[in-house]
Design a protein around this ligand. Structure first.
Ligand code: GCU
Length: 673
């Protein structure tokens, strides 16, 4: 239950002795809002890791925690050469004081002291040296937020870890311990916001009864630096306001939202703002009144602006009317509005142009929409990646998107640089992760899904961190720092994402999951209400070949990526094989780089995925000494489910595609004929 905040007793006697000598007293000098939280966290962490109590005093302390303005003259001088700090940024620096060294944790804001404290504790969790510290950290993104797809009846859309942790029925009276643990966990990785309700929203969350409950949560989260946001249903003025329209140009609608914003800020002065899913998958929006996304978003932005709130307007749209390749539609719809949104609007864009697949190229809006603040939306819950049953380390996927080159300002114009504003100077920046948290005793269902929550948070703070570094940190903080555990297990984590791509959707295949719930294979799915909900729409298997032609001879989605990528990917030979069937319809006997046919390679990838899961199982079998018995058994059983399902995916997909390829199953496929 403690996630990565296990604070295990330091077992190495030398390290333990050194830490114990170095840490006796802490001086928390600034009267920060979260002073008590900082003190409690240090006491809990140090007691648990070192088996000793700290004293909190201003005399002779080895650690000083204070805002920059509260440092004494000597301390100020010692940190005068520090690079510029952002409001949430901090330094951890060893400075001489009299005859001894003191560790200074400092920054500009209350939150910076909290983040610095968690980083300091992390150093101990990782058994790092506490001597000669000189660390400066600034978050690269300002809104670092979880999106809960939680409904008011506590079901969770695409949630695989039980019910919603928000117990609306008992709020605001009952404040559960989980809320505090949740806030601690988020603060420890630098997350600073949470959207409490589903993007497919009920308007009732905006009614006063619910707002009192939201306020109670906001009060719990405030000392942890976490702001509360809500999804606003566009038709709320009708559903709970008694109006007969939600037209964004109607003055009574505008007034209604202004009054609603005032009411919310009256209760929650630091309320973050609204997330909106409009005119997408049946949700209401400005298009219902012949108005545009800009008119809708700007109307809400005006209501929030006096209170410094933001609107996070989602770009996940694919319209009913235009029979265009779904991968193109968000771009087509939003590009004409570039530069027209108010300053407090961010456009929240999913990582890829379809929908949270095991692998997608980056969303072309990240290169196309250069005058609008863009927010990344990742999905931490594994809607298309095995729900809670498969072990998949998602930071690998996130890293791939963040480090993709958009080429908008020449080579090395990565998506991460777009997001942080290095290429366009956007004023507000942000990143959102669709939460995988629920009432499961371990928060996330699969014990290893905790790593994805952790990894998302670490990348939200610094989108250029490597998946490898994140894997090592998480393993050490959660289980053990023993290299015999950390090394094989980080290899396992880092291989897990390619494994799932291979046994589900290799070589650029996508959206061939079972209908509706999206778990398990379903390449045969056809004849649904919408053509672009079916699998056959995406893989386009026929007697000639496999894959979606998105070049100029097909849907031309490729042209949305700009000339460099278009040039490189317009030919099969120069398209990276990982995106081959995303962009091309490839003949079954076409020879890939290894000299074997597409059909052979497809089979090879499916089989490799299965073999990778077998490797994961044999690595895990060796790990029993390092983890508790229950986690060991639970993970072992889940890995066996994953193995069974990987074979199911392989067999189902290959047998299905074989009817089109009409080629023999390669001999390495078990039971091949
Ligand atoms: C996917 C998902 C839906 C969700 C939607 C969204 O389509 O299956 O459950 O509502 O994404 O992101 O809005």
């Amino acid at each position: 239950r403690n996630l990565w905040l296990q604070y295990d007793l330091v077992t190495d006697p030398v390290v333990l002795r050194t830490y114990k000598e170095q840490l006796n007293a802490v001086d928390i000098r600034s009267a920060a809002l979260n002073k008590q939280v900082i003190q409690d966290e240090l006491q809990t962490g140090i007691l648990s890791m070192l088996g000793k109590h700290l004293s909190f005093t201003s005399s002779n302390a080895e650690v000083v925690i204070a805002k920059l303005k509260d440092l004494d003259a000597n301390e100020k001088q010692q940190v005068s050469k520090t690079p510029k700090l952002e409001s949430d940024g901090y330094i951890i620096k060893t400075i001489p004081k009299g005859s001894k060294d003191v560790i200074l944790i400092s920054g500009l804001s209350d939150n910076s002291l909290l983040y610095g404290t968690f980083h300091f504790l992390r150093l101990l969790q990782l058994h790092e040296s506490l001597s000669d510290l000189d660390l400066v950290e600034n978050p690269k993104l300002s809104i670092r937020i979880l999106n809960h797809w939680d409904n008011l009846d506590r079901t969770v859309e695409r949630g695989y870890a039980g019910f919603s942790i928000w117990d609306w029925h008992h709020l605001p009276g009952l404040i559960k311990k989980e809320y505090i643990e949740y806030a601690r966990a988020n603060a420890s990785i630098g997350l600073n916001g949470t959207v409490l309700n589903n993007v497919n929203a009920s308007a009732y969350i905006l009614q006063d009864e619910y707002l009192d409950k939201v306020k109670a949560l906001a009060d719990v989260f405030r000392p942890y630096g976490i702001k509360v946001y809500l999804t606003a249903r566009f038709s709320a003025p009708i559903e709970i306001g008694g109006l007969d329209t939600a037209d964004p140009l109607s003055s009574e609608v505008q007034r209604w939202w202004k009054d609603k914003a005032d009411e919310i800020y009256n209760l929650i002065p630091d309320f973050g703002g609204f997330l909106v899913k409009a005119n997408s998958e049946g949700q209401p929006g400005p298009n219902n009144y012949g108005r545009s996304h800009v008119e809708g978003a700007n109307m809400l932005a005006d209501a929030l602006a006096p209170h410094q709130g933001v609107v996070m307007w989602r770009a996940f749209v694919y319209s009913d009317e235009k029979p265009e390749d779904r991968a193109k539609q968000a771009y087509t719809e939003f590009i004409p509005f570039d530069g027209e949104f108010k300053d407090n609007v961010l456009l929240q864009v999913k990582n890829g142009p379809i929908d949270f697949q095991p692998r997608e190229p980056f969303h072309p809006l990240f290169s196309g929409m250069q005058k609008t603040p863009l927010m990344m939306e990742f999905q931490i819950t594994q809607e298309y990646l095995g729900g809670m049953s498969h072990l998949v380390f998602l930071p690998q996927l996130f890293e791939e998107t963040l480090q993709s080159d958009t080429f908008i300002k020449g080579k090395n114009s990565t998506v991460s640089k777009v997001l942080v504003g290095d290429l366009s100077g956007q004023k507000v920046t942000g990143i959102a992760g669709v939460s995988n948290i629920g009432t499961a005793r371990n928060w996330t269902g699969h014990p290893f899904a905790q790593a994805n929550w952790f990894g998302f948070g670490r990348l939200a703070w610094n989108p250029d961190l490597s998946a490898k570094a994140i894997a090592e940190e998480w393993l050490k903080m959660t289980f053990s720092t023993d290299p015999d555990f950390v090394e094989p297990m980080s290899t396992l984590l880092l291989n897990s994402r390619e494994a799932v791509v291979n046994y589900m959707t290799p070589l650029g295949l996508h959206h061939i999951m079972a209908e509706g719930h999206h778990q398990g294979p379903g390449p045969w799915v056809d004849g649904l209400a919408r053509e672009d909900w079916t699998s056959v729409y995406y893989h386009k298997a026929d007697s000639l070949g496999l894959g979606f032609d998105r070049t100029a001879s097909g849907s031309d989605a490729l042209s949305q990526y700009g000339t460099e990528i278009e040039k490189a990917y317009s030919k099969i030979e120069t398209t990276p094989e990982k995106y081959l069937l995303w962009f091309h319809h490839v003949p079954w006997d076409y020879k890939l780089k290894n000299g074997h046919s597409l059909w052979y390679n497809l089979a090879r990838h499916y089989q490799d995925g299965v073999l990778k899961v077998e490797d994961m199982i044999s690595t895990w079998e060796q790990m029993q000494p390092y983890v508790d018995e229950y986690v060991f058994r639970q993970t072992q059983m889940l890995l066996n489910i994953q193995l069974k399902e990987s074979k199911w995916w392989r067999d189902a997909c290959l047998l299905y595609f074989q009817q089109f390829s009409n080629m023999e199953m390669p001999a390495f496929i078990p039971h091949a004929k």
